[in-house]
Design a protein around this ligand. Structure first.
Ligand SMILES: Nc1ncnc2c1ncn2[C@@H]1O[C@H](COP(=O)(O)OP(=O)(O)OP(=O)(O)O)[C@@H](O)[C@H]1O
Ligand SMILES: [Mg+2]
Length: 180
């Protein structure tokens, strides 16, 4: 939709493309309805996000916020338009853009610790085991989940699950954090 409101942090105003971290240009996303008609979710979205910038996207339920984030995360392709991170086109997921999902997206058969560790293993392939354990512990402590570190997602509250998602995303030290 075009009714989403990007609200930038006060001291970052419009940074222009010079310091752009992320550039969203003319993004259109349509889904096909069961009757074959096109359903337009995003219609010509333009946005530039600078380095060190914090942007909130506000809009009514169903206006396309998660869709836009999934496109930036590389989990979904736009129907047309371009998203670039530091000038490089985004075509697939990457560890420099980590997402905290609205629906948590934790693996139910892994504990809190294992969910975070899996992301760390995936991103830091050559890191020593000791360093990986230290990063996982640091982030479990950061989100105040040390008492629940060996629990499974179904044993956690919604807020705890969300914090596992935050820890998992931050543990891989991304350039950009997408908080849905
Ligand atoms: N895979 C899909 N196929 C068809 N329609 C979809 C699909 N994914 C999302 N939609 C539709 O696109 C619209 C935008 O969905 P989206 O999840 O981006 O909304 P949102 O702004 O994140 O809403 P909320 O605030 O409720 O999380 C909704 O109408 C939704 O039904
Ligand atoms: Mg959403």
């Amino acid at each position: 939709m075009t009714s989403m409101t990007p609200s930038t942090s006060p001291n970052s105003a419009n940074t222009g493309n010079r310091n752009a971290l992320l550039s969203i240009e003319q993004i259109v996303k349509t889904y096909r309805k069961p009757n074959g008609d096109q359903f337009v979710v995003l219609n010509g979205i333009d946005m530039t996000i600078g380095q060190q910038e914090y942007v909130s996207i506000i809009g009514h339920s169903g206006c396309g916020k998660s869709t836009l984030m999934r496109i930036v995360a590389g989990l979904e392709k736009p129907t047309s338009g371009l998203v670039t991170l530091e000038g490089k086109a985004i075509r697939k997921p990457g560890a420099e853009r980590m997402m905290v999902f609205q629906g948590y997206a934790l693996l139910p058969w892994l504990t809190v610790r294992e969910n975070i560790r899996m992301a760390v293993d995936e991103v830091f392939k050559t890191m020593s085991r000791a360093d990986k354990i230290a990063i996982v512990n640091e982030h479990i402590n950061m989100v105040k989940l040390s008492a629940a570190a060996d629990k499974y997602p179904h044993e956690l509250s919604g807020g705890m699950k969300q914090r596992v998602g935050v820890a998992r995303a931050l543990a891989t030290r991304p350039k950009m954090l997408l908080l849905d």
